[in-house]
Design a protein around this ligand. Structure first.
Ligand code: GDG
Length: 460
């Protein structure tokens, strides 16, 4: 008999959402939970004046969606402040942007405790509990405090920085100890895993035994495993839908508007970790250094706003508006705008159709756990005439996709040169690189990732 799986994440995707709207991860989690039976537990997305003690449970077949509301204060201290203004910048190596305040840390711990109390009431003894991401690092400890003895796993979707950066966090000792309450901790890359190992060895005198598949760590009087389990995408779904979207109305509008010009595309949540100012600079540099591209190539950057309540996010938005305005003011022509900057989101299929039309996919984050857009760009390409992925070495995806053109996003001239190389690459080389990259994506779909983590957790 397979165990029931309980997935815990900050937000829970609506169960009835169609494949078009839901992201790849949500679809994979829902499909797997439907198969094994299970619960998806987390925040409803609602902020209310006085949240009750209740968990709202909606069942659909063998799957239950269990959610709790947050108070205004919880939302601010846990979500906006400690998770997204302290941990997010710190874990993306942006110590300069970290806002630390003990009160927010207390709020973060309080919400984790609330989550634990409410979740504990839903658990059965054999459930496998899989917690996701930086919002919920203390959840393992809180569940153990309540006497929960189930297998507990954590997957960190974002990077984990080196020890010396972690040590800048005033509560690093308490926070890092939280990892030890899980049986299995998963990372996107070997680099992230090695950073936690180094921290634990140097700061907590951990004993480490490297075994096949990962490390067994003894620290804080506990034994737990650290493994790297890179996430994937639903490759077949993206391939199929990108091909279908070729004839959609939106794709046609884009094609007509380009009038034979070439397209470079970027798709990112509007976030300072994604390297967008440097990307705009690199594109402007390309146009100045290789003027033959003037009125021949456009960059379309899709950047739906996110976390608007946080000052750094409104600031990056303003920076980009100014920058796009400058570049376009300087270089545009009566019938051509170099940067098409879109602050809005599109349906997934429409997006895949856009990715398919671009000769270059520009994925240049300053730091990224994995970056699914890099993979979606590849899977959207027409096999006989695929485009080229230009990928930051600081995205986790670079560890798995050596056939992309790997760049340093801080090197504006270097990125411009690499875009030039991508635009000039002969079709044979493009096909070879694309085929090798697709083999990687096909052998590690998001379903395979899910199954692998769950199976490692059940053995942990
Ligand atoms: C975190 C980690 C890690 C984007 N714009 C639209 C849209 N998207 C979709 C993309 C992609 C997803 O959102 C973004 O995923 P990323 O991986 O690129 O980045 P994060 O949101 O920062 O995700 C990251 C990931 O978790 C998974 O572990 O890879 O490193 O930071 O699927 O296509 N979707 C729609 N409209 C848009 O305008 N529908």
């Amino acid at each position: 008999m397979t165990n029931r799986i309980v997935v815990v994440s900050n937000r829970v995707a609506p169960v009835n959402e169609g494949r078009t709207a839901a992201g790849g991860l949500a679809v994979a989690v829902l499909a797997a939970l439907r198969r094994s039976g299970g619960i998806w537990f987390g925040w409803s997305g609602e902020v209310v004046a006085a949240p009750g003690e209740d968990v709202s449970v909606t069942e659909s077949g063998r799957l239950a969606r269990a959610t709790v509301d947050l108070s205004e204060r919880d939302y601010e201290e846990y979500y906006n402040r400690f998770a997204n203004s302290t941990l997010w910048p710190l874990f993306h190596y942006r110590v300069d942007l970290v806002n630390f305040d003990r009160g927010n840390y207390v709020g973060y711990r309080r919400v984790n405790r609330k989550f634990a109390r409410r979740l504990a009431g839903l658990l059965q003894p054999d459930d496998l509990i899989w917690v996701h991401d930086y919002h919920l690092i203390p959840l393992g400890q809180e569940l153990r405090r309540l006497g929960v003895r189930n297998r507990l796993g954590l997957f960190l979707h974002i990077p984990l920085p080196p020890r010396e950066l972690l040590a800048t966090l005033p509560v690093h000792r308490e926070l890092m100890r939280c990892f030890s309450f899980f049986d299995l901790v998963g990372f996107q890359t070997e680099t992230d895993r090695s950073h936690l190992l180094d921290y634990l060895v140097r700061e907590a005198r951990a004993r480490v035994e490297e075994r096949e598949g990962g490390a067994v760590v003894r620290a804080y009087r506990r034994t737990f495993r650290l493994e790297s389990h890179p996430i994937g995408i639903d490759t077949r779904y993206v391939e199929r839908n990108a091909a279908k979207a070729e004839s959609s109305r939106e794709s046609e509008r884009l094609r007509v508007s380009l009038a034979g010009r070439r397209l470079i595309i970027g798709v990112d949540r509007l976030d300072y970790s994604k390297g967008l100012p440097q990307r705009f600079d690199a594109f402007a540099h390309l146009l100045r250094a290789y003027p033959r591209h003037l009125n021949r190539v456009s960059l379309m950057q899709i950047a739906p706003p996110s976390r608007g309540a946080i000052a750094e996010y409104s600031e990056i938005r303003r920076t980009l508006e100014t920058l796009a305005g400058h570049v376009n003011g300087e270089l545009a022509d009566v019938d051509w705008v170099p940067i098409r900057y879109l602050n809005k989101s599109f349906g997934r299929r429409t997006l895949f159709g856009f990715l398919r039309q671009a000769q270059v996919g520009l994925v240049t984050p300053l730091r990224d756990g994995m970056n699914l857009v890099a993979m979606e760009y590849l899977a959207s390409q027409p096999p006989d005439d695929p485009g080229v992925l230009v990928l930051s070495r600081f995205a986790g995806a670079a560890e798995h996709l050596p056939d992309a053109l790997i760049v340093n996003p801080y090197d504006v001239e270097g990125v411009a040169k690499t875009i030039q190389a991508a635009l000039a690459m002969p079709v044979e080389e493009r096909r070879e690189r694309w085929q090798r990259s697709m083999q990687v994506l096909r052998s590690n779909s998001v379903e395979a990732w899910f199954e692998r983590f769950v199976s490692r957790l059940s053995e942990a």
